[in-house]
Structure formats: C-alpha cells, structure tokens
Design a protein around this ligand. Structure first.
Ligand SMILES: CC(C)(COP(=O)(O)OP(=O)(O)OC[C@H]1O[C@@H](n2cnc3c(N)ncnc32)[C@H](O)[C@@H]1OP(=O)(O)O)[C@@H](O)C(=O)NCCC(=O)NCCS
Length: 207
C-alpha cells in the first residue's frame, strides 16, 4: 500500500456523518482492501442517477466487475479513519495512533482499459482519462472529490498528458456544472454499449 498524498483534514464544512477533522488519505488500492465495500460505496454514490432512470455501470456492477475494473486501471481510494481519535485521558488532545481502521469513502480509476470501444477523444495522444468516480454520500461536499480529481490530474501530468478527460451521463446537468466549475468543457457525445443514456465526453486542458 503506497501513501502518496499526505493526510489532509476534511474541510471545515459540517458533514452529515463525518463532521470532524478526521484526516483523508488518498492512496492506491491494495490487496487488503475489501472489494465489496467499494461496490457498496459506488452503488450508494450513483443512486441519485439510478433514481433518475439512468443505468450507470458503477451504480449496478457486482463485485466481480469492481475487481476487474480495479485490475485494469490505476485505482485510487480516499479513506478516513472509521472512528474519531480517542482523547488522551485528562486532556482534550486526540491521539493520532488511536485512529480506527480505515473506511473507504471515495474511489476513482485512472486510465482504465476497457473492452468497449473508446470515444475518439480518449484515443488521441496526450489525453488521459478517468472513470468510476464516486464519493460516499455521507461525506460528499467536503472536498474529497476534489482530492481524488487532484490525484488523477497530477498522474496525468506525470504521464505527459495535456488533457484530462472523462465520460459523464448527459442527463445529469448538476454533474456537468460540477465539472464545468473545475475547468472541464464538452468535447463530444458518446454511446457506451452498457448504458441507457448518451454520455458527454468532457475534458480539462492541463496548462
Ligand atoms: C461527483 C462526486 C464524486 C463529487 O464528490 P465530492 O466529495 O462531493 O466533491 P467535492 O466535495 O470536492 O465538491 C462537491 C461540490 O458539490 C457541493 N456538494 C456536493 N455534495 C454536497 C452535499 N451533500 N452538501 C453540500 N454540498 C455538496 C460542494 O459544495 C462542491 O461544490 P463546488 O463544485 O462549488 O466546489 C460526488 O458527488 C459523487 O459521488 N457523485 C455521484 C457519482 C457521480 O456522478 N460521479 C461522477 C461520474 S462522471
């Protein structure tokens, strides 16, 4: 397990379930990570799209597909300790060593290799892409998504990419706004064989 991003505190914004300063770690998936925990997280994260009548793969895939997708990509996880640190008796100081075991709260795949045909933009030289991007609804809106995007953006730069692209469900206009605020623009439309909606291929120039 490689630790590549120093632990960073969750934003000061109040969170529904993790409303404290538990540190967030962004790291590569390891052999000890529970695939079913990641599948469950994805199903929860993509539920709003499913409730819109969309059928995103990440919202319905089984553990076998979660494992296969992780094996055919660079899979990054965001984790937080399950329990807040216990205070030192007689003080209010937390004990960092007492953080509980990790809970996976976010996932993103960098440069996933798929069997399905890629949209033309993904095939251009110096275009990196990411997929299966989800954060546990309990801790959305706290900057964990931004940390995961920062990670794939830095990996894209390390690989010499000049664009960072992804595919998103066209009907999810709020999601498009989320990406637009982060510098992404529409490139083209694409129909994946395993979804029931048209996708937008969006990209951000890595200047
Ligand atoms: C897209 C997604 C990964 C972002 O994760 P995140 O951890 O919420 O991202 P951040 O906290 O960095 O930013 C979220 C933005 O939405 C707002 N937001 C999202 N959820 C929120 C919530 N529950 N409460 C308040 N604000 C929220 C944040 O304020 C922030 O606004 P900004 O764009 O002005 O900065 C997450 O919303 C998700 O899992 N969505 C469902 C799956 C999906 O659609 N994935 C993308 C497929 S292409």
């Amino acid at each position: 397990m490689s630790i590549v991003t120093p632990r960073q505190p969750l934003n000061a914004k109040p969170a529904p379930a993790a409303g404290d300063d538990r540190p967030v770690l962004v790291r590569r998936i390891g052999a000890a990570d529970a695939i079913n925990e990641i599948t469950r997280l994805l199903h929860r994260a993509y539920r709003p799209q499913v409730e819109m009548g969309l059928a995103p793969l990440a919202g319905r895939q089984g553990d076998d597909i979660t494992a296969d997708r992780a094996a055919h990509s660079e899979c990054w996880l965001a984790t937080i300790p399950r329990e807040p640190a216990a205070p030192i008796p007689g003080t209010t100081e937390p004990v960092p060593a007492a953080w509980g075991p990790e809970r996976v709260v976010g996932v993103i795949l960098f440069e996933e290799v798929e069997q399905a045909t890629f949209p033309p933009f993904f095939l251009k030289p110096h275009v990196a892409h990411f997929a299966q991007f989800g954060v546990d609804p309990d801790v959305q809106g706290l900057g964990i998504g931004r940390l995961l995007l920062d990670k794939v953006e830095s990996r894209a730069r390390e690989n010499g990419a000049v664009e960072l692209a992804c595919s998103m469900a066209e009907p999810d206009r709020k999601l498009f706004d989320f990406y637009a605020r982060r510098g992404f623009r529409l490139i083209e439309h694409w129909q994946w064989p395993y979804t029931n909606y048209r996708s937008c291929i969006i990209s951000k120039a890595l200047t």
